[in-house]
Ligand binder design. Structure first.
Ligand code: SAM
Length: 457
């Protein structure tokens, strides 16, 4: 198991730690500096250079890192210890304290998967059930630790933290944010995450200035917590609401070699190379097809019209489909996700009346350009998309066209781009798409001056 998987071990390069401390010089000067998971100590080195003579404290779980940090900054008091159980109130005597650093970039789910023990108790209220399955309930160790530090240290404590931007967003409603500077995590850490420098202290939430990079002096945007789980840019707050119709995920089946068919020479083949002749083959596009605007060449073996539907009725209604499923019963029964345990045999996920809407506006969740494609029926059947796509369902072509032109407005594009997660598993989430209120967009009409910022979240 890679050590970084459980300890979130991404050491900050010294040059980055120095740039961070230069950037926050305008917030004043600390009486003491604490780095709760100090690693090999680059932030403490930078602090010793920036504020000579200032008391420096570090805590680190791994002895080898603590030894390295001590040799780099002999003046710092560095303890080997577990940041999850350390009593931080002991540092309150050193006010105003600055808590600097880069807490572990690792989620509880990841630690559990790796079988590690570096796991905080969950204190947040992220969703359960479907959220846990889709990963929306993923909970970050850094967030847990920072909330604990906020609770244990004096209100005058200033937090100067390199974190995933998602962690900053989650903290924003509960702290006074002073600024968020984007960081190129791939360049500095070789990690594909959206990361930032987040500076904040205890207190009521406030609009947070957003800067394009550490070098930027002028904010390009400001974010405000609007309601539970929603952060808006000040530029697009008026478009926030709930999208009607609702955005949907495409169909999930977890057995491509049986459930996905390719059309060649007028015949359908499955992934095992077998010719398949069944009643319930629906045209299918995957995210790359949607991204490139390709014509339909695939089909989906569509076994249900809603998730709980009993598939045994196919035996009477669609005997060829039933026979095909029977002959691949073992492959379908071996699907691993726990959603299949609760599903009828041969069941699908993400299927519902909306999947059969004749017209759809679809986008790939895996591509950053958010190209929205209008899908029309093929041979009289609605086109399905797979679960790496999101879509809006429509009964008529006119409705679909009207919404397509609304979504192509610069304001709508900017709203959506502002909610992308560059380099994340999914460039945009269903929740983020769902925040764009089409009614408000319609009422607002085209804006002559779309905001020029974004690609942030
Ligand atoms: C993202 S690295 C950052 C290290 C250092 N703060 C820096 O900026 O270079 C996270 C550090 O947290 C340490 N760590 C992980 N879990 C910890 C825990 N429970 N208590 C203390 N340190 C921990 C890791 O060993 C690693 O050094």
């Amino acid at each position: 198991m890679a050590r970084s998987a459980v300890y979130g071990d991404f050491q900050t390069p010294l040059a980055l730690a120095q740039s961070v401390l230069q950037r926050v010089a305008s917030f004043g000067q600390p009486f003491a500096v604490l780095e709760p998971t100090c690693g090999v100590g680059h932030f403490l080195v930078a602090a010793a250079e920036t504020w000579p003579g200032t008391p420096l404290f570090g805590v680190e779980l791994l002895e080898s890192h603590a030894v390295a940090a001590r040799s780099r900054v002999p003046t710092a008091q560095i303890q080997v210890g577990d940041a999850l159980t350390t009593d931080w109130s002991a540092y309150n005597a050193t006010a105003p304290l600055w808590v600097v650093g880069n807490p572990p970039w690792v989620s509880n789910t990841r630690i559990s998967k790796e079988g590690g023990g570096n796991r905080a108790e969950r204190t947040n209220t992220a969703g359960q059930g479907i959220d846990a399955i889709t990963g929306a309930a993923n909970f970050d160790l850094a967030e847990w630790l920072l909330r604990r530090l906020l609770a244990d240290t004096a209100d005058s404590t200033l937090f100067v933290q390199l974190v995933k931007t998602s962690v900053a967003r989650r903290l924003m409603p509960d702290v006074t944010a002073l600024g968020l500077w984007r960081i190129d995590a791939r360049k500095h850490f070789g990690a594909s995450v959206d990361a930032c420098l987040f500076v904040f202290h205890a207190g009521p939430s406030a609009p947070c200035p957003i800067y394009a990079s550490l070098a930027a002096d002028t904010p390009m945007d400001a974010w405000i917590p609007v309601r539970e789980g929603v952060i808006a840019s000040v530029h697009d707050e008026d478009l926030l609401g709930i999208c009607t119709p609702a955005w949907r995920s495409g169909v999930k089946h977890d057995c491509a070699r049986v459930m996905e068919l390719r059309r060649r020479d007028g015949l359908l083949f499955n992934g095992l190379g077998e010719v398949v002749d069944i009643e319930r083959a629906y045209p299918l596009l995957k995210s790359t097809d949607v991204h490139h605007g390709r014509a339909v060449t695939r089909a989906l073996v569509c076994t249900q019209s809603h998730p709980g539907e009993d598939t045994s009725t196919l035996q009477q209604t669609d005997p060829k489909t039933w026979a095909y499923l029977q002959s691949h019963r073992d492959a379908l029964a071996a699907r691993r996700s726990r959603i299949w345990a609760k599903s009828p045999e041969f069941g699908l996920f993400g299927i519902g009346p909306y999947s059969f809407a004749p017209y759809k506006l679809a986008l790939s969740a895996l591509h950053p350009d958010l190209a929205i494609r209008l899908l029309s029926p093929v041979n009289g059947r609605p086109v399905m998309v797979d679960d790496t796509c999101y879509f809006l369902p429509f009964d008529t072509l006119e409705e679909a066209r009207e919404v397509q032109s609304l979504l192509s407005l610069p304001r709508a594009q900017a709203f959506l781009r502002a909610r992308t997660f560059p380099n994340a598993k999914r460039e945009i989430t269903l929740k983020a798409l769902q925040q764009l209120d089409l009614g408000k967009l319609r009422d607002a009409g085209p804006s002559p001056h779309p905001p020029s910022c974004f690609a942030l979240t």
